[in-house]
Design a protein around this ligand. Sequence first.
Ligand code: SF4
Length: 341
Amino acid sequence: MSNSALSVISSDPPEKWQEILADLITDPKELTEILQLNSNRGSDSLLAQAGLDRFSLKVPRPFARRMQRGNWDDPLLRQVWPSQLEDEVDLSLSEDPLQESSFNQAQGLLQKYRGRVLLTAAPHCAVNCRYCFRRHFDYAANTPGKQQWQETLGQIGRDSSISEVILSGGDPLAAGDNYLKWLLTQIDTLRQITTIRIHTRLPVVIPQRITSSLCQTLASLNSKLVIVIHCNHGQEIDSSVQLAMQKLRATGATLMNQSVLLKGINNDAAILVSLSHKLFDMNVMPYYLHLPDRVAGTGHFLVDEQEGLDLITEIRALLPGYLVPRLVREDPGSDSKTRLG
Ligand code: SF4
């Protein structure tokens, strides 16, 4: 590693991520007060009762600081606000639209595609995104201890067809440094594993998570490292996120982004174009633009396929090809994501 990369990695932010994680906004009333939101607003501002019981409010304060005061339509707020629209019953939506329970081969292990496996490395996230496709996932049954991980990793190690391990969650970076270091090192020592991929929203919602200790662990891996952040709107990116990306980049990781196409949040060509530019400015390649999965409680975020295709056509005319994310849909049981357009 070069000296300049080392100096980027070795600086730590003044705020401790563990303290931020322990002090999330969980009370909707507190969030409305911080954001100075007027209660005279339509039904989408009213609170979901059932939705909130099943999937609590969790908002990191650094993320809330990027929300506009007094604006119920703020695109960051809409991603986390438990609107009563979640309580509307729609029988075409499912708690497990991707049928992940049928791919859940062992505690913490999902294998949906050939050649790669997914580990639910942490049973929780720093933020509860209301559109989350795993909002009904059984994390309690997927939180292995070290011994169970060792059995699972042994199983992966015996399967020579697997070359990539994906850490997902929950959010893998919500786990502590020591545990992550242990898990990553165990994976890294599996002979046939060439790539470790981490899917995470933490560098966006709590960029302070990207500590020197974490970066040193990431930089020490022999496997190729891919980090896929999850950012839906350019307003999520501020100087602290830019710094976090600079540090992750200095570890030698390839950085990519996936977004979910969400009604009322980013289903707009100008917003998506701006997001691609901001990502590229941080050396993050736009990768996937996902149609939302048909998850119970998230019907108000759904964007249909034709609208997605029209948006991609529009942004293709405005961006160089390498900045146009791939519009995809996930179909349960399919060999890979289905690319559209
Ligand atoms: S960070 Fe990802 S896994 Fe966690 S709640 Fe948000 S969308 Fe779901």
